[in-house]
Design a protein around this ligand. Sequence first.
Ligand code: PHE
Length: 459
Amino acid sequence: MKQTTQAAPAGQARDAFTSSFGVLAATLGSAVGLGNIWKFPYVTGANGGAGFLLVYLLATLLVGLPVMIAEIMLGRKAKADAVTTLRVLAPKGQYWWLIGAFGVVAAFLIMSFYSEVAAWVFAYVFKAISGDILSSDPARTSAAFGALVGDPVQSLLWQWGVLLFIGGILLLGVAKGIEAVTKKLMPILFVLLLVLGARSLMLPGAAQGLAFLFTPDFSKITAEVLLVAMGLAFFKLSIGMGTMMTYGSYFRDDQNIPVTTARVMSADLFVSMLAGIVVFPAVFTFGFKPEAGPSLLFITIPAVFASMPMGHLFMVLFFVLSAVAATGAMLSILEVPVSVMAGRFGISRTKATLINLGLLGVIGSTCALSNNVLAHVKLFGMTFFDLFDFVSSSILMPAGGIFLCLFVAWVWGREQMTAALSNDGSLQNRQVIRVLYWLLKFVTPVLILLVMLKGLGVF
Ligand code: PHE
């Protein structure tokens, strides 16, 4: 059943998700991505393993979950893009819509570096198939990765290819594009992950890998690490920058938002754990170090697979898995500016998609060139790639999260929130809403602010 809404032209149904499974697949498709497979293992590896994991879990529960529910709730209420949603729901003359506008900026920054990492992943699918990167010598896999990222032409062409691929799916629309594709991809992702996890657990270093992931060492937890963990929680759940608001606007009216959100969060954590279970036992078995950083996926992992019986096949599966995960996430990042542009400027979805692709082709290229011709261009000591990552995860998304909490709890208010989350009283979840309300009013925004200020060295 399609929903008729304010934002659609009179008499016309607004394009939206059509089934409950579609809602789940698309939302989980947004959450699960390179964040689980690339970022989570490398930041966990670089920050000491289990201690980091614990902080990350706390950030996900106390910050991630409430903000995600709030965002989806607002989107579904207004059934519009991220800017229009806040314009419609806020009192006249107030500037809450800026959350949506900054969300568009964050979406551009994230998509710029994300599409480049995705570019490497897509390139690696082909390199894995051809056996090009199959070497158990990290010096060789490192040289292979260096040759790819060091070449501006290859980096740009793969990135533009990825952008066109994602844009092509978005052109098909919300139900026929995003929903249809993620419904097919998500089951494939889980099967691949389970196969790879089982393979990794059979390795001799499995116990050591699991111990690294599950035995905490708190000496590594500094203020910066707290900020990294919180930033990861935002990045993972696609919150604080309008994605969940936009997807919320495609939710069905009978969808149970708190339950769906909790499911997505749990499934996302499960995927991260499994990714950790795939990566760390393998890393330890073959004598590699877990703290390799962003290159863990591209240098260490191929060397690990090359050392493993049937490694060629499993390496192909691993990079296909990563490409699948990246696709669902990129659809949701790009959907933010596409829907805002279509909604605010009254242009067609097709035009909005094409314009955004053009803009990203230019802005994103700074990240494709960050490892070659622009490697020496640094702002605040960071390349464009690192800067865009830092500004989005450590500043824009947490700041967006704070303002969303403030808006929902202090401006929109408890009554409206209760009506929205209980589907106008048809769900018996008053206690849950109560807890959420208090979290959003005091706990979550204060926590975000403290972690942000401390992590950025303000006090
Ligand atoms: N959650 C995605 C991931 O983990 C990334 C993402 C961030 C998607 C922001 C949408 C918005 O890969």
